[in-house]
Design a protein around this ligand. Sequence first.
Ligand code: UDP
Length: 316
Amino acid sequence: MRAVITGGAGFLGSHLCELMLEKGWDVLCLDNLVTGNESNVSHLISHPRFRFAHQDVSRYIEVQGPVEAVLHFASPASPPDYLKFPIQTLKVGALGTHNTLGLALAKKAKFFLASTSECYGDPQVSPQPETYWGHVNPVGPRGVYDEAKRYAEAMTMAYHRYHGLDTRIVRIFNTYGPRMRLNDGRALPNFLYQALSGEPITVYGDGKQTRSFCYVSDLLAGIYKLLESNEHEPTNIGNPQEITILEFAERVRALVGANVPINFHPLPQDDPKQRCPDISKARRILGWEPKIPLEQGLRLTYEYFRQRLAQAGQSK
Ligand code: UDP
C-alpha cells in the first residue's frame, strides 16, 4: 500500500509520514518547502519505504506507479504564514486540492483532506459541532485560509458525490508538539520561544479569547482512525479542553520558570474569540478521544524547543 502525503515535510505532515510508515505503508512525501522543512523528514530519508520529492502541488502532479491513498496536508497553517503567502494559501487549498483529488481519482485511491476549525470562522456557537456552518469573513485577512479550506471541503464532497471517490475530511483544531517551527508565529511557539529566550511574552488583545490545544500524537491517532473509517462528512478532531490565551501564556511561563513579563499587543483582525471542538461525533463513530493532558504535552514540546534553541546557539 502506497500513500502520497502532500505537505509531508511540515509539522503535521512529517508526523503523518512517520505514522503511515509505522503502519506498513510506502510513503511518497511531496512538499514545496514554503513553510515545511526537509529537516522534519531527514530521519526518514534512509527508510526503504520513504521517498521525498520537492513539488508544488498547486501545479499538475504526476506520480508513477500505484497509489492507494492521497493525503492532502499541504498549506501554510499559521496566521502569520498565510498572511505572508496569501496567494499560495488560496492556490494550495483550491488548485492543490483539485490536483490531489484528480490524482486520487486517476489512481482509484482513497482521498483524505486536512481541513480546519477555521471553517467555523469567529464562531457564534460553542463548542462547534460539524453541523455548524460557521461565521467567516471572506474578505478579511484570514479569509485566504478559511475560504480556501471551505472550497477544498466543497470540492472534496463534489468528487465524492459526482465521481464516487472514497473521501475523508478532518477538521483539525489547534495542535501543538515537536517540529513546530520556532518562528512559526502561532501562540505556543511564540510563548515558548519568548520564555526560553528571556523576552516578554506577547499576548494579543486582552488574552480572554479561548483556544483548545491538542497534542500532535492524539491528533494523528484520530486522523488514522478516520482514514480507516467509512465516514465521508467532515469530522472534528481536537482537544475539547478550552483555555484562555492569557492563562495559556501563564502556564507556559510557569513551565519554563521564566521571570518575564506578559505584554499586551493589539488583537489581529477577525481573531476568533472562542474555539472549542465538539468531539461527540469522533467519540461515537471512531471511538477516539485525546489522551495527553496539556501539562504533559507542554512538557514534551518544551523539551523539543529547548534542544532546538541549544542547537541554534551552538551553530552560531
Ligand atoms: N496569540 C497571542 N500571542 C502570540 C500569538 C498568538 O496572543 O504571540 C493569540 C492569537 O491572537 C489567537 C491565539 O493566540 O487569539 C491563537 O493564535 P494562533 O496563532 O496560535 O492560531 P489561531 O488559533 O488564531 O489560528
